[in-house]
Design a protein around this ligand. Sequence first.
Ligand code: PLP
Length: 392
Amino acid sequence: MKDVFGSFGGAYVPEAQLKALKELEEVFLEYKDDEDFKKELNYYLKDYVGRQTPLYYAENLTRKCGGAKIYLKREDLNHTGAHKINNVLGQILLAKRMGKKHVIAETGAGQHGVATATVAALMGMECTVYMGKEDMKRQALNVFRMEMLGAKVVPALSGTQTLKEAVDEAIAAWVNSSEDTFYVLGSAVGPHPYPTIVKHFQQIISEESRTQILEKEGKLPKAIIACVGGGSNAIGSFAAYIEDRDVSLIGVEAAGKGVDTPYHAATIAKGEPTILHGMKTLCVLDENKEVAPVYSISPGLDYPGVGPEHAYLNEVGRATYESITDDEAVEALMTLCKTEGILPAIESSHALAYAIQYAATCKPSDVIIVTVSGRGDKDVEAVAEYVGVKNK
Ligand SMILES: *Cc1c(COP(=O)(O)O)cnc(C)c1O
């Protein structure tokens, strides 16, 4: 299988998996432009998820920063509180067309697991979620939430017992049961065709924002800024602007306690090309060239790899990638709460923190769009603890 995004992407998987991936690609190509499929997807996006999401002019924040006009793309207002449901809905509707009765998913903090359990409940499908045992302890409430929605949560027991191992086990389980089971992958990562499928279902973010900004401002933005874990909200936020060469595309990674410490998840800033989860991409490696543990205060950004299209956009210079520390992200979260009365997810707060710095370097006639990928209700406890620790 050739690499899909320049020298990145591809499908580096055993023979047994290639057959299931090939079948998935065929179904995706058959339905992605099918009128009935699009009608069904749009119905649920509108009446169930609550799209379209607002493009909100953050006037108070803009005044505080003193530079570019800052618009927020409000993915936090989706049902279940983040962008993840856009992709989950698309993939589960594909699973339905394939006649699958059972969906499986991996989850780190539980966000993607909750979104998958939600749509599986809606569609009357059986749902199994693989989650690192360590993450299950840290996110016990999300485990219960998935169970309330009817899902079975299976602990991943190998390695660090976190997201990386959850993906490994979900892939292994899928290979053994792909006849009746569909694997709902949660970010723009994994073997081809997953990164392409996830981008397809997340590009609605930028399709909407492009129309909205032209309506409100009569011109395209100077920059689009989004946080990058695996990269699904970012690629969805960039997609409709990739050909608009004057629009800067800026991804923001988690610098954790600093990119020069071992405690970060800045994959593009610090990564090297390797193969992880069936794709060739940039990855944080240790001195033995093994995948290194990564760290961020935000549970959604601590993935050791990154979507292969981001590695490619970085390589060819079409997008740039910055990093923001825990401290800066928490400060931005507080700033948005105080100025606009909006509590953003700690993941999204990385994008906001960079946007706040960036806006100040722009002219008042410039316009930027920041994707608020999710709401921060889930982070209140962690932020309270963090701020408490800092103040001690
Ligand atoms: C999962 C998650 C992310 C990170 O995932 P991407 O695939 O990089 O978008 C970012 N923000 C929120 C709110 C999330 O739940």
